[in-house]
Design a protein around this ligand. Structure first.
Ligand code: ADP
Length: 608
């Protein structure tokens, strides 16, 4: 038998177009052909299970071979095979129509081409991206079927003849085109197979070795799995990573189909976030690790796999965003993550607290970006005090309420973003029996803003934003022992000694135990500048302004009283020294100013 035919499609020369526009994604031909072989094998399995496959099912397996001499890549399976009629129907008509549809879509769509192209499963015809001619050698499982051989050079002409194959199944033979010979390199094929075929459900053999794990744990029931299984699978996905903190096994079949495992990673630095990504599969075929839109943005920091045949993969991004299934998947994942966190929190608070520093960023990011998540997470989001104790938001409010409510009835939460640098301020607060929490992550400035919005009559103030009496204003304010004249003279002496217009000097009655001079950067000022740095926009001016500090002179400190006793030159000298000490405690003294300070200090010691 020999039959020549013409494939009936309307678009001429579709292959040059496909070839050109799929350029960056040529490697997917292997994914497409291997998954076809896997599908054919699975169909054989199902037919056998209902007694419709004659003879022995045998050991199902897909083999990928390279013949460098003949410049061929051969993908073989012992699946259901095809009759000549089926080739004409499935390959010539159906597969071609897929390719035609692609070209039609490409033509009509002027936006987002790369998305359409990148995710359009071209199936069988993607073979022509790398092959000059493609052959099919196949024998159908059907009773009395004859082997068939098909060859096509990528034009719309094809030839079908009698084949020679004696065993059920299909060989797809790619005669690799000159410009695609890179795919004859074994290392290259190995990489592609690893990327796309690692979890296909039928064993795939390359170079005599099975390259895949046909039963990845996400396809199993959680009750059949141990912690060890989850950890081992994590290692399989991300070989060089530390053990994950915990994981969530996803499993839904209504109203959409989705399985998967999401891991909370142990993140050491910001860089780690970018390194490993969630992988998206469709029936165990790797699709992409660009899961934006499918997974809520704040959960993109998680690791693991999601497998869903219900995510439309062959459409553009804008379509994906609008897709109802994708939205439901988003909501589902968010809820599962919140429930899991809540479960661990309730089950073992200590273990949860130990993990808090690693998960805080996910939780806060989630609270900031998703109101529903905030509602759930507000019960298990923690604040960590500088005494290393943990509190939920509610617990913390109750803890500090009595002591840290100011005269206007506002609860003031004091925080530090650098417990080392702000040590002196933290000590001062603690001497007043105030508590200070640590909010030192990149995300915390945003989180602080959110807490102030959500928590009633509550403000957060950085511990070094003002003198302690001003941070939490109470009615019990120390009285100044200085007269009006003395206050005025003290202020002038300090202004002369400091001689810096970015420092606003003021004399305040503080406790005798407080420092003689305290330098602070007002909360408002700092926040504006932080916002500006993080791209808040609209306040360009703020970012360029120098920091305007407040210098508070303690009217009740005896050193300041000594400054007033004696002539101006002496007073200014002590004032300068006290001011430098304040700068030093804030890590703000450097260069020539520091050298001068050390020199002056040596002289002072010498006089003793
Ligand atoms: P899709 O896989 O999306 O249906 P393809 O273009 O990849 O589209 O394949 C078209 C059809 O050709 C398949 O549906 C299948 O019926 C048939 N086919 C392709 N490869 C094989 C194979 N290795 N064994 C049996 N049938 C195959």
């Amino acid at each position: 038998m020999e039959e020549k035919g013409t494939i009936s499609i309307h678009t001429e020369n579709i292959f040059p177009i496909i070839k050109k526009f799929l350029y960056s994604d040529h490697e997917i031909f292997l994914r497409e052909l291997v998954s076809n072989a896997v599908d054919a094998s699975q169909k054989a399995k199902s037919l056998s299970s209902i007694g419709e496959l004659k003879g022995d099912l045998g050991e199902l397996k897909v083999t990928v071979k390279v013949d460098k001499e003949k410049k061929q890549i051969i993908i073989s399976d012992n699946g259901i095979g095809m009759t000549a009629e089926e080739i004409k129907k499935y390959i010539n008509q159906i597969a071609f129509s897929g390719a035609t549809e692609f070209v039609e879509r490409y033509k009509d769509s002027n936006a987002d081409k790369s998305q359409i192209i990148g995710q359009f499963g071209l199936g069988f015809y993607s073979a022509f991206m790398v092959a000059s001619t493609v052959e099919i050698d196949t024998l159908s499982h059907a009773d009395g079927a004859e082997p068939a051989h098909w060859i096509c050079d990528g034009s719309t002409e094809f030839t079908i003849t009698n084949g020679t194959r004696t065993e059920r199944g299909t060989d797809v033979i790619l005669n690799i085109a000159e410009d695609s010979e890179e795919f004859l390199e074994e290392a290259r094929l190995q990489t592609i197979l690893n990327k796309y075929c690692k979890f296909l459900p039928i064993p795939v053999e390359f170079n005599g070795e099975v390259i895949n794990n046909p039963n990845p744990i996400w396809t199993k029931s959680p009750s059949d799995l141990t912690d060890e299984d989850y950890k081992n699978f994590y290692k399989e996905l991300y070989p060089f990573s530390e053990d994950p903190l915990f994981w969530i096994h996803l499993n839904v079949d209504y109203p959409f189909n989705l399985t998967g495992i999401l891991y909370f990673p142990k993140v050491k630095n910001e860089f780690d976030f970018q390194k490993n990504k969630i992988q998206l599969y469709s029936r165990q075929v790797f699709i992409t690790d660009e899961v934006k839109d499918v997974v809520p943005e704040f959960l993109m920091l998680l690791h693991g796999v999601i497998d869903s045949p219900d995510i439309p993969l062959n459409v553009s991004r804008s379509f994906l965003q609008a897709d109802a299934n994708v939205k439901k998947i988003n909501t589902y994942i968010t809820r599962k993550v919140a429930d899991k966190l809540n479960e661990i929190y309730k089950k073992d608070r200590t273990a949860y607290e130990e993990k808090w520093n690693d998960i805080a960023v996910f939780v806060k990011y989630g609270m900031l970006s998703d109101d529903k998540f905030y509602e759930k997470a507000k019960d298990f989001a923690l604040l960590q005090s500088t005494d290393e104790k943990f509190y939920t938001l509610e617990e913390y409010r109750n803890y500090v309420q009595a002591n840290q409510t100011d005269k206007n009835g506002n609860l003031v939460i004091l925080y530090t973003n650098d417990a080392e640098k702000q040590h002196a301020f933290i000590e001062t607060a603690k001497n007043r029996n105030y508590d200070v929490v640590k909010l030192d992550h990149m995300i915390d400035p945003h989180f602080i803003g959110q807490l102030e919005q959500k928590l009633e009559k509550t403000t957060l103030k950085r511990v070094d934003a003002d003198t302690i009496d001003k941070l939490i204003e109470t009615d019990a304010k120390p009285e100044s022992v200085l007269s009006e004249d003395e206050t005025k003279r003290l202020k002038e002496l300090f202004e002369k000694a400091i001689d810096n217009q970015n420092m606003t000097v003021g004399v305040e009655a503080l406790s005798v135990d407080d420092q003689p001079v305290i330098i602070t950067l007002p909360e408002f000022m700092r926040r504006m500048k932080d916002m500006n740095r993080m791209g808040g926009g609209g306040m360009m001016m703020m970012g360029n302004l120098p920091d305007m500090y407040n210098v508070t002179i303690n009217a009740n400190h005896h050193i300041n009283h000594r400054i007033l006793k004696g002539d101006d030159a002496r007073g200014e000298k002590i004032a300068k020294q006290a001011y430098d000490l304040a700068l030093l405690s804030q890590n703000m003294l450097s260069g020539a100013a520091l050298t001068a300070f050390v020199k002056r200090s040596v002289e002072l010691i010498d006089k003793e």
